[in-house]
Ligand binder design. Structure first.
Ligand code: NDP
Length: 320
């Protein structure tokens, strides 16, 4: 495994981490998730990502139980949660968003479900137009001072709002956001590469990026149709392929698979290796619903060092 600093902070996260969206507590129970977490840990993964709304809190419960059952040392792993959407299917007005009240309650709920006494990373899962940024920054700063959160950050916030949070924190000597959690893959690059460009050096922003396979599309599994039991086969699948946009994304993914075949490697680890090539990426969060997928994806580390610049530029060109 390779370890990378989380932006300007001293925290070292594994370059590949493991997420729990649509898996832990949803499709996967404790036994299956235990296998994935143990496998990841044995390969040097030290960061596990979760959120209050994943499977309505069940993802955190499953992850917490599994980590406790495996007796992973608390000083050796990092765990995250995210606040904004609420954990109930239809949260009450006080149980969602980024108000001081919900930020505090969501943190306490995550600590209980994850069975830890502090969160290493705590994200504001989306911006909340109904809460002033300063209120959220103060609420996060309180949790940091209380030792319940080590690093707080944002997920899918526009650069202007991230900068506003920094400015508020600096002006009032509060803990600033340390990291963002944006989508980043060969089909979705703009925010990480352009919109946030100035934030890395000026604010020391780190990134823990999500959906490196564009919801599984870059694994090549959809090139010839939608396999039964796969994510896209779900009626509520995110990023569905039956729209014109979905078809265009699929065409790009097919071109990517063709180059992977030419190179003699599987598409999934190649797509993840491409993400690792960006030095502003602190950790790439892997999604896997089976151990064989996770093993294949962990191979990205080796591929990242195998190919040189012209290969990566060619892959970018081929997906457009
Ligand atoms: P990916 O784009 O990597 O998709 C992962 C899915 O693709 C797997 O669950 C599996 O789906 C399929 N897959 C993975 N590897 C392979 C393989 N080698 N061969 C074939 N199929 C494969 O990532 P996710 O979308 O799952 O995101 C990763 C993590 O990022 C999440 O778990 C979550 O922690 C975080 N996240 C954060 C968000 C945010 O807003 N902050 C939003 C979304 C995710 P299947 O087998 O079911 O087809």
């Amino acid at each position: 495994m390779q370890y990378r600093r989380l932006g300007g902070s001293g925290l070292k996260l594994s370059a590949l981490s493991l997420g729990t969206w649509l898996t832990a507590g949803a499709r996967l129970g404790r036994g299956e998730m235990r296998e994935l977490v143990a496998l990841a840990w044995d390969h040097g993964v030290n960061f596990f990502d979760s959120a209050e709304n994943y499977a309505h809190g069940e993802a955190e419960r499953v992850l917490g139980d599994v980590v406790a059952d495996l007796r992973l040392p608390r000083d050796g792993f990092c765990v995250s949660s995210k606040v904004c959407f609420g954990s109930a299917a239809q949260p009450r007005p006080t149980q969602a968003g980024l108000s001081r009240k919900h930020v505090r309650d969501a943190c306490h709920d995550a600590l209980r479900r994850l069975r830890v006494d502090y969160l290493d990373l705590f994200f504001c899962h989306r911006p909340d137009p109904d809460t002033p940024v300063a209120e959220t920054v103060r609420a996060m700063d309180d949790l940091v001072r209380q030792g319940k959160v080590l690093y707080w950050g944002t997920s899918e916030w526009p650069a202007t709002l991230i900068r506003e949070a920094f400015d508020v924190a600096r002006a009032h000597h509060l803990a600033p956001p340390t990291m963002e959690q944006p989508q980043y893959n060969l089909l979705h690059r703009e925010r990480v590469e352009l919109e946030y460009a100035s934030l890395y050096a000026e604010c020391g922003l780190g990134t823990t990026v999500w959906s490196p396979l564009a919801f599984g599309l870059l694994s090549g599994k959809y090139d010839a149709g939608i396999p039964e039991g796969s994510r896209m086969a779900r009626p509520d699948a995110p990023g569905r392929l039956d729209s014109p946009d979905g078809q265009a994304r699929l065409a790009r993914a097919r071109r990517f698979s063709a180059v992977a075949a030419e190179l003699g490697v599987a598409p999934a680890p190649l797509a993840i290796a491409w993400c690792l090539g960006n030095p502003h990426v602190s950790s790439v969060i892997l999604g896997a619903s089976r151990p064989d997928q996770l093993v294949e994806n962990l191979g990205a580390l080796e591929l990242a060092g195998r190919f040189d610049e012209p290969v990566w530029r060619r892959l970018e060109a081929v997906v457009g």
